[in-house]
Design a protein around this ligand. Structure first.
Ligand SMILES: Cc1cc2nc3c(=O)[nH]c(=O)nc-3n(C[C@H](O)[C@H](O)[C@H](O)COP(=O)(O)OP(=O)(O)OC[C@H]3O[C@@H](n4cnc5c(N)ncnc54)[C@H](O)[C@@H]3O)c2cc1C
Length: 402
């Protein structure tokens, strides 16, 4: 089955074993597994096609998993919650599926796996797996109402109604509303009495203002850095933008940053302790600006040197001031005044509270037959294929239990 081959559910009233809301990565995986286990599954997607975020992911090549998947690389109010699902459906399981579908892939960096061809192949693969499980798909119809009574869920969507003893919330989080992302999952969860951990944008560029506005003039300049926030640190590229800071190191650290807090940037992660005193000894006539420009882009070196207030030749600067400057360059404090918000966030931190869900099946503790999976749940991965691995693993866990 290909995207666009729509098996439309067009009966006025339909009884299913399972209704899944949202045909993203998590919803399709869950539908395929439950369908292949003999369940009669209806998958309802309000967009006109499945897997829109998969299609735009990884620059169109979908960074579909990460070989270094570890529970510690996921953020949640309960850091233990993701362990069970992640251990039962691993990156190797997804790779086996990808290979079974003859999709060529490669490792780019840091364990990140991408399709050689196109992200479309991943969507086609998941739709093929749904077809194997005889999953009925409905595209382009918004969910109007969800009722629950006598252990049956009734879903009204478009002109149709369907019922099932199990309902899966797989409608993702509110990141990138332009693509149809909504807070629907949270509203539905709250309707059933589940708690929602306050959602906030993650894997998102940070904005600079006030005294740090000057750094925005560096738009387009990048450097290999270590970005830190609390105990988290990421050694990757940072990029200055006309609004503030971006690049992989910043996107990663943004998930740990909270409004009002600082982040630290080590602009010279390769430099050995004492490097500036050593520079004074070996190149006494050089300025701080010039010594920084040996490693960093010239425009960045200019601003950093100016802000440290150390002008002139290193030979004329007291050692104590050089030691202080070195420390500052290794832990440059930025106080972002915000982020670029859900409009630019790759994912959402927070979501349906894991306290209300079984970590094994993703079923709600208090509502039999109600499940939540994927980004809708309060589990958020690092940048680099971790979020799709959570979508596959949580979808698989629910699919096995339905
Ligand atoms: C630009 C971008 C690039 C990304 N790249 C990567 C990457 O390379 N690797 C990675 O691991 N992660 C990546 N991510 C994150 C990843 O896309 C998400 O974590 C993942 O898609 C979550 O899967 P999901 O199925 O839970 O939710 P989604 O993919 O968001 O799917 C939810 C589905 O529900 C539908 N829906 C919403 N509301 C309703 C409703 N009321 N009724 C019916 N349907 C509804 C939506 O249209 C959507 O199809 C990227 C995200 C973005 C925005």
């Amino acid at each position: 089955m290909k995207p666009g081959d729509i098996l439309l559910n067009n009966n006025k009233s339909n009884a299913f074993d399972v209704i899944i809301l949202g045909a993203g990565g998590a919803g399709m995986m869950c539908a395929a597994i439950a369908g292949q286990r003999g369940r009669k599954v209806l998958l309802i997607e309000h967009a006109d096609k499945a897997g829109k975020k998969i299609l735009i992911s990884g620059g169109g090549r979908c960074n579909f998993t990460n070989l270094n998947t570890l529970p510690e690389r996921f953020l949640s109010a309960n850091p233990h919650f993701a362990k069970s699902a992640l251990s039962r459906y691993s990156p190797q399981d997804f790779i086996a599926l990808v290979e079974q579908h003859r999709i060529a892939w490669h490792e780019k960096t840091l364990g990140q796996l991408f399709c050689d061809g196109s992200a479309k192949q991943i969507v086609e693969m998941l739709l093929d797996e749904c077809a194997k499980g005889h999953v009925e798909l409905s595209f382009g119809q918004g969910v109007r109402e969800v009722d629950h009574g006598d252990a049956i869920f009734r879903v009204s969507y478009g002109d149709y109604t369907a019922s099932a003893s199990a309902l899966v919330i797989a409608t993702g989080g509110p990141s990138i509303p332009k693509m149809g992302a909504t807070g629907f999952a949270y509203d539905l969860a709250r309707k059933f009495g589940l708690k929602v951990v306050e959602p906030r944008p993650a894997l998102v560029p940070l904005t600079l203002g006030g005294d740090e506005t000057e750094f925005r003039s560096l738009s387009g300049v990048s450097a290999q850095v270590i970005a830190r926030c609390g105990k988290a640190e990421f050694r990757e590229a940072a990029l200055f933008t006309f609004k503030g800071l971006s690049g992989p190191a910043i996107l990663q650290i943004s998930s740990y940053w909270k409004r009002g807090g600082d982040i630290g940037i080590d602009f010279l992660p390769e430099a050995k302790s004492g490097w500036l005193l050593e520079a004074k000894r070996t190149q006494p006539r050089i300025s701080l600006r010039a010594v920084l420009a040996q490693t960093l882009p010239a425009r960045l070196a200019d601003i950093l040197a100016e802000r440290t207030g150390l002008a002139g030749e290193l030979a004329n600067i007291p050692d104590a001031r050089l030691v202080k400057a070195e420390q500052r360059l290794a832990n440059w404090r930025f106080s972002p005044n915000g982020s670029e918000g859900f409009a630019k966030a790759e994912v959402t931190i927070g979501g349906i509270s894991t306290k209300n869900l079984s970590s094994r099946s993703m079923e709600a503790n208090s509502v039999t037959g109600l499940y939540a999976i994927g980004e809708a749940v309060d589990v958020t991965g690092w940048l680099g294929g971790y979020n799709f691995q959570w979508a596959w693993a949580s979808g698989w866990a629910a699919g096995q239990s339905l």
